[in-house]
Write a protein that binds this ligand. Structure first.
Ligand code: GSH
Length: 212
């Protein structure tokens, strides 16, 4: 049996975050597809492993099938076990957490909301979409400005902060963004892509049920 199972699906950038860390860290893991679009994440069976009804969920089989929700917590958990891409001091822990919280709220939060309206609901031109898009653009501007003078988001090395923030960014067309407007972001994404063992979301996440 693999060490980890990641409940996930290809459409989820939040699932890509732990999947990418598992991949970059050389972990032994497998994906378990979740039928999110038909509401599997709201079934009693699913709520029993994550009361929040969200994807992803990480099961750590090396710790009595410990179930972890929230991608940021998974990133800390995996990095803590492998010793890779995590903080080395309490001050580093604070700095990385600062970016992961900002990502969940301001970057991924607004990108994923706009992307749902734009790509999956055909409502990309609605008033609510315009409001969310404005918040998304403000967050992209902040990230771009930070990356103009920093190769990596925190410190001088790649960390789980980079892995969290890049979760949706390999799909700019899904949220109507032209990287020409934020030129430091694609340069940073290229640095992430050049990490050993990097793989695209499509190569890591499932698009349907798989054989065991
Ligand atoms: N902050 C959470 C966000 C998880 C999230 O919103 N997942 C989406 C899929 S990418 C989801 O499950 N949406 C369905 C729902 O919330 O009901 C994380 O980082 O894990």
């Amino acid at each position: 049996m693999a060490d980890f199972t990641l409940y996930s699906l290809i459409e989820s950038g939040n699932a890509y975050k732990p999947a990418l860390l598992l991949q970059l860290s050389g972990c032994d893991w497998k994906a378990r597809w979740v039928d999110l679009f038909n509401g599997e994440n709201k079934t009693p069976e699913y709520l029993a492993i994550n009361e929040m009804g969200e994807v992803p969920v990480l099961i750590d089989h090396t710790e009595d099938d410990l179930a972890i929700s929230q991608s940021g917590v998974m990133l800390y958990h995996i990095a803590g076990k492998t010793g890779k891409f995590g903080p080395k001091t309490p001050a580093e822990e604070r700095e990385i957490l600062r970016w992961i919280l900002w990502d969940n709220h301001k970057l991924t939060g607004y990108i994923s909301a706009f992307r749902v309206l734009n790509k999956f609901m055909n409502k990309g031109d609605s008033q609510e979409a315009e409001f969310i898009r404005g918040r998304m653009n403000a967050a992209l501007k902040i990230l771009n400005r930070h990356l103009e003078t920093n190769d990596w988001v925190a410190f001088d090395r790649p960390t789980i902060a980079d892995i969290s923030l890049c979760g949706y960014l390999f799909w700019p067309d899904h949220f109507r963004t032209d990287w020409a407007d934020y030129p430091a972001i694609p340069e940073w994404l290229d640095r992430i892509k050049s990490l050993d063992n990097w793989a695209a979301p499509e190569d890591l996440l499932p698009s349907g049920p798989q054989a065991d």
